[in-house]
Design a protein around this ligand. Structure first.
Ligand code: B4P
Length: 199
C-alpha cells in the first residue's frame, strides 16, 4: 500500500490537489473536511456536533475524526493506498493513524506539505466564500482563527513526520498545474519505490 498525507494550512490547496492526485495514482481520497460536511448535510448527530466547531474555525474533537477514518480504512481495505487530506491535524490524530495503519501492516509513505503565506490563504478562502456555501469561508476573523489553530495545533505535527524522514515541503503558490507537477515529481519516486519494495 502507498499512503500519502497532503499537509498544509486551510486554503493551501489540499482539496484542489487531492482531486488531481487520486485521479492520477488511483488512491482512495480521505478528506476529513469532506466527510464532516457530508455528515452536516445529512443532519446526523455527528454532523450537528461537528458544525458547532467548524463554524467557529475550531478543530472537531479527535475521537470524532479518528472514528471516521477508522471506518473508512475498513471500508476500503482492498485499495492500492490512501491519500489523507486534512488529516492528521493534531499529534493525537497522527499517533492514532500510525496505529490504525500498523494494524493493517502498512504505514505512511510520504507527507507532502504545501507552503502558502497567511495573506494568500485569507485571500483564497474569502474568494471561495463568495461562491461556496461553506459558512467557515465567509468571515475573515474565522478564517484567521483557522490559521491560528493550524499554527498552534497542526503545524507541530510536521516535525513528527520530519523526524521519521517522511516530510517534503512544496511551494503551494503559483498555478494549480505547476504545483501539481511538483507534487507528482515527488510522488512518482515514492510510488515507484513502494512498488519496487514489494518486488
Ligand atoms: P478542510 O475541509 O480540510 O478545509 P480547508 O483546510 O479549508 O482546506 P481545503 O482543502 O478545503 O481548501 P483548498 O486548500 O483546496 O477543513 C475544514 C474544517 O473541517 C476545519 O477548519 C475543521 O474545523 C474541520 N476538520 C477537517 N479535518 C479535521 C481534522 N482532521 N480534525 C479536526 N477538525 C477537522 O482550497 C482553498 C481555495 O483556494 C479554493 O477556493 C481553491 O480553488 C483555491 N486554490 C487552490 N489552489 C490554488 C492556487 N494554486 N492558486 C490560487 N487559488 C488556489
Amino acid at each position: 500500500m502507498v499512503n500519502i498525507i497532503l499537509f498544509g494550512p486551510p486554503g493551501s490547496g489540499k482539496g484542489t490537489q487531492s482531486d488531481k492526485i487520486v485521479e492520477k495514482y488511483g488512491l482512495v481520497h480521505l478528506s476529513t473536511g469532506n466527510l464532516l460536511r457530508q455528515e452536516i448535510a445529512a443532519k446526523t448527530p455527528l454532523g450537528l456536533e461537528a458544525k458547532n466547531f467548524m463554524d467557529k474555525g475550531q478543530l472537531v474533537p479527535d475521537e470524532v475524526v479518528i472514528g471516521m477514518i477508522d471506518s473508512c480504512l475498513e471500508k476500503h481495505a482492498a485499495s492500492k493506498g490512501f491519500l489523507f487530506d486534512g488529516f492528521p491535524r493534531t499529534g493525537a490524530q497522527a499517533q492514532a493513524l500510525d496505529k490504525l495503519l500498523s494494524l493493517k501492516k502498512t504505514g505512511i509513505s510520504r507527507v507532502l506539505a504545501l507552503e502558502v503565506s497567511e495573506e494568500e490563504l485569507v485571500k483564497r478562502l474569502l474568494k471561495r466564500g463568495e461562491t461556496s456555501d461553506r459558512s467557515d469561508d465567509t468571515n475573515e476573523s474565522i478564517i484567521r482563527n483557522r490559521y491560528n489553530v493550524y499554527k498552534k495545533e497542526t503545524e507541530p505535527v510536521a516535525s513528527y513526520y520530519a523526524e521519521a524522514d517522511k516530510l517534503e515541503r512544496i511551494k503551494g503558490e503559483g498555478s494549480v498545474d505547476d504545483i501539481f507537477e511538483a507534487l507528482s515529481a515527488s510522488l512518482e519516486g515514492e510510488i515507484d519505490d513502494a512498488t519496487n519494495d514489494r518486488n
